[in-house]
Design a binder for this molecule. Structure first.
Ligand SMILES: [Zn+2]
Length: 466
């Protein structure tokens, strides 16, 4: 058997992860992500898929983030008609994330039609909710650590990656005619010693390794998050205002709830209500209640006991309940999405609170260049919302260290658990600078012999005549 590899994304970029394995005539795609961020990357989503999608036999997903799963509806639309294997929690999250992504695509197309700037006439969505539903019907949920046959003579095993609920390191075992080979995909790796998620599972060997490198060039020290949050809440309330937090719906919101539950139950902050004002964050929180064994918050608690049911947490799903928060003037914490202030319900909160000097806006995540969140954080005096320049008069705070990605030290810690160097290592899912830095560390500190940073659409012969 011959095994070839082609990088259809996630090479020298953090988005669009798609790794194609060809085993003689059969094809397996690992991850099926959307390109995001810079326009030049996003346009790749519209390119003709570089091969006949009907010839792919199966897809394996490491986790549900859109940059790993968001191309699924498109590839289904292009004719892919095989099983999509992922963990149980990933399957649940996909239902929320893919439907949301499809809705966004449809809204964007409608908006483009309205504004008349689309090059398509009428404007097209990259995919629609029908495509997303079709993709969801093809998902096959798999239990962690139970090998499953994904192709004839290929098994996949999922190990907890500790990155988001359901995230996995995927190990593929290939049984050739004469030899067995093991290919490991790190997926996105989480951090060590986190309150919400478990540590990334230790892998000890592989013939070929794909390792992510999002933060391959920096350490994100998470120093006393609890203390920092307590101090920001207290100051915000001393200022006689509310604390508004734009947050990602999956993972980040639940981590914040963990911290606020602790701070409130140990009286480190004054008693107050915490409003979770995002339907996606609420659905995602509910999934953390269902998939109890996939995170650490259920440890030591009764079967129906969850910190997320804490009475001070107010889950607001409807538009009316969301609008009612605007009349709250002080001593409340409001968590809403999107995390970078690019859309969603956070917009009306910003519209209302940015100009209030008593309120505090707290960023808890990376703000990408060009986003409204980044501009506010960089100190722009006004922000244009609903066509109006809103003056930024509230206090603006920022906490680092809540990232869901392993940093440089943690990537090296995970790689350091290999008992023998992989025969071949591909450093993926990182900007060139991060990938380059990690690749140097792997070569110099661990003496790994063959470490490569592949390019978009590059191909390799992995094994011949096995
Ligand atoms: Zn991810």
């Amino acid at each position: 058997m011959d095994v070839r590899l082609k990088f259809l994304g996630g090479a020298q970029s953090v988005t669009g992860s798609k790794y194609l394995l060809e085993l003689d005539k059969r094809k397996l795609l690992v991850d099926c992500g959307l390109f995001q961020g810079l326009k030049e990357l996003r346009l790749r989503n519209w390119d003709e898929f570089p091969m006949d999608a009907t010839t792919i036999d199966a897809i394996v997903l490491t986790h549900a983030h859109i940059d790993h799963s968001g191309y699924l509806p498109r590839i289904v639309n292009e004719g892919f008609n095989g099983p999509i294997y992922c963990t149980e929690a990933t399957a649940s999250l996909l239902e929320i994330l893919l439907m949301d992504a499809a809705k966004l695509q449809e809204e964007e197309a409608e908006f483009a039609q309205h504004k008349g700037y689309s090059k398509h006439n009428p404007p097209l969505a990259l995919f629609n909710t029908q495509d997303a539903k079709k993709a969801l019907d093809m998902v096959v949920p798999i239990t962690y650590q139970e090998p499953v046959n994904v192709l004839e003579s290929v098994t996949a095993t999922f190990f907890d990656a500790g990155h988001i609920l359901g995230s996995a390191i995927v190990s593929l075992n290939i049984q050739g005619e004469t030899q067995q080979k093991k290919i490991v995909f790190s997926g996105d790796l989480g951090r060590y010693n986190q309150p919400l998620l478990k540590d990334p599972y230790a892998i000890h060997d592989a013939d070929v390794l794909f390792i992510e490198s999002t933060y391959g060039d920096r350490d994100n020290v998470a120093e006393d998050i609890e203390g920092q949050l307590a101090s920001i809440v207290k100051t915000a309330f001393d200022n006689d205002g509310c604390l508004l937090i734009p947050s990602f719906a999956v993972g980040r919101t639940q981590l914040l709830l963990y911290y606020f539950h602790r701070l409130l139950t140990t009286n480190q902050i004054p008693a107050c209500d915490v409003y979770i004002d995002s339907p996606m964050a609420i659905s995602s929180t509910n999934l953390h209640k269902i998939h109890r064994d996939d995170h650490k918050l259920s440890i030591g608690r009764g079967e129906h006991e969850s910190i997320f049911d804490y009475p001070r947490f107010k889950y607001f799903r409807t538009q009316d309940s969301s609008m009612s928060i605007n009349s709250i003037e002080r001593n409340a914490i409001i968590i809403s999405a999107s995390g970078m202030c690019t859309g969603g319900r956070i917009m009306h909160h910003l519209f209302n609170r940015l100009s209030r000097k008593n309120d505090t806006l707290l960023f808890v995540g990376f703000q990408a260049e060009g986003t409204r969140g980044r501009k506010i954080l960089d100190g722009e005096p006004t922000s244009r919302i609903y066509g109006i320049e809103v003056p930024v008069k509230c206090h603006v705070e920022h906490i680092n260290g809540l990232s869901a990605h392993a940093d440089r030290g943690e990537l090296m810690r995970w790689a350091g658990q290999f008992k023998e160097a992989p025969k071949m290592t591909f450093v993926v899912h990182g900007e060139l600078k991060s990938a380059h830095h990690l690749s140097l560390k792997l070569k110099e500190e661990l003496q790994w012999p063959n470490v490569m940073i592949p390019r978009y659409l590059e191909s390799f012969e992995l094994f011949t005549g096995i």
